[in-house]
Design a binder for this molecule. Structure first.
Ligand SMILES: Cc1ncc(COP(=O)(O)O)c(C=O)c1O
Length: 392
């Protein structure tokens, strides 16, 4: 069985660890100690669960689609509806947990990076809820393509800082957030948006997103009396996927599928499929798969979806890939867009472009399954944020 907790140095198999400048080591150790104490404290989880229930609106529904896959398969296609969460995506599960930790640690402000803006919105939301000022770093390209979310963050009182270096997307926003954190580690809590970064971030974020898989597993058993045959989620950094996978990783018969953004195609050079087209290296503090050239320079990435447009992936996914427990595939921009429009028309739900990648693959996979199977897809978020980009 795979280790579900990283080892003492923060490794999932050979992946993970802590590759950061000296100045951040103390802050990561402090966070590690706080996590150990909070996670062992029933009161912490009680408060977290109450906030998820009353503020986020959990449990999110398990919903059986009606038409989207009907033309290709009789298999029930189930959605875990993270789009119904307050702020419209799974990101809020994680920011609530990290905000509680920041309060326990007496930190005075929150910082965050964001790509699609959903994590920035979720951080701005908990900042407003808990009375903590928030600074969000966002690539200038993403500021353009996710203008609605920038406005929402500002409405919530957060300051949004456009980052103009590099490709002006999530990687550059993350670099900047790390730099700012190093300058003010004493009073600042860095709320990371996915299962990436140095230990203990990948582990901590997964624990906060685990609620997706725990709920989905119980809902499947309750409603259908059996587990899904397949669980599918899109993978940017990998937090919604790790969240839903965690509920099923010990069920050997449940196949786990992570769907990366192929962009123009995995071999095209314009892609964001880190597991599909990348190699092992170090990015943002941990060892995992990333898109890099022969000299180890991080490559430019491309995806129509801002939330998947990231050259790295969480270390636990690298471990799940190499151990064979999960399978990683990819979907192109064109396929994701086709799924986005078809799903909206067929189901009355506008999916996030990120989630549309999972839906595109789900329909292909459903065609290979029969009516006794159950295919479960994590609908990680809603697509309102993407509408302005698509209308241009
Ligand atoms: C709706 C949605 N889904 C998925 C993602 C990808 O992130 P992760 O792979 O961490 O779930 C994002 C990131 O912004 C998002 O906004």
């Amino acid at each position: 069985m795979l280790r579900s907790t990283p080892d003492a140095r923060g490794y999932f198999g050979p992946f993970g660890g802590r590759f950061v400048p000296e100045v951040l080591i103390g802050a990561l150790e402090e966070l590690e100690r706080e996590i150990a104490s909070a996670f062992a404290d029933a009161g912490f989880w009680k408060e977290y669960a109450a906030a998820l229930r009353d503020f986020v609106g959990r449990p999110s529904p398990l919903y059986r689609t009606e038409r989207y896959a009907a033309g290709v398969s009789a298999v029930p296609l189930l959605l875990k509806r993270e789009d119904t969460n307050h702020t419209g995506a799974h990101k809020i599960n994680n920011t609530i947990g990290q905000a509680f930790l920041a309060l326990r640690m007496g930190k005075k402000r929150l910082i965050a990076e964001t790509g699609a803006g959903q994590h920035g919105v979720a951080t701005a939301t908990v900042g407003a809820k808990f009375g903590l000022p928030v600074d969000v770093y966002m690539g200038a390209v993403d500021v353009e393509r996710q203008a609605l979310n920038v406005f929402i963050m500002q409405l919530l009182g957060a300051r949004v800082h456009p980052v103009t270096g590099g490709t002006q997307t999530l990687k550059d926003a993350t670099n900047e957030a790390f730099r700012v954190w190093a300058e003010r580690v004493d009073d600042t809590f860095y709320v990371i948006g996915s299962v990436v970064g140095a230990h203990p971030y990948p582990y901590m974020v997964r624990e906060f997103q685990k609620v997706i898989g725990t709920e989905a597993r119980a809902q499947c058993l309750d409603r259908y009396g059996r587990l899904p045959s397949d669980v599918i989620a899109c993978v940017g950094g990998g937090s919604n996927a790790m969240g839903i996978f965690s509920g099923f990783v010990e069920d050997a018969d449940v196949r786990l599928w992570g769907v990366e953004a192929a962009g123009d195609g995995v071999g095209s050079g314009r892609t964001a499929a880190s597991l599909g087209a990348g190699s092992v290296g170090v990015l943002h503090g941990s060892r995992s798969y990333l898109l890099q050239n022969d000299e180890g320079q991080v490559s430019e990435t491309h995806s129509v979806s801002a939330g998947l447009d990231y050259p790295g992936v969480g270390p636990e996914h690298a471990h799940l890939k190499e151990s064979g427990r999960a399978t990683y595939v990819s979907v192109t921009d064109a396929e994701a867009l086709e799924a986005f429009y078809a799903f909206a028309r067929d189901e009355g739900i506008i999916p996030a472009l990120e989630s549309a990648h999972a839906l595109a693959f789900a329909r292909k996979l459903a065609a290979e399954r029969d009516a006794n199977d159950l295919v479960l897809v994590c609908l990680s978020g809603r697509g309102d944020k993407d509408i302005a980009q698509l209308r241009v």
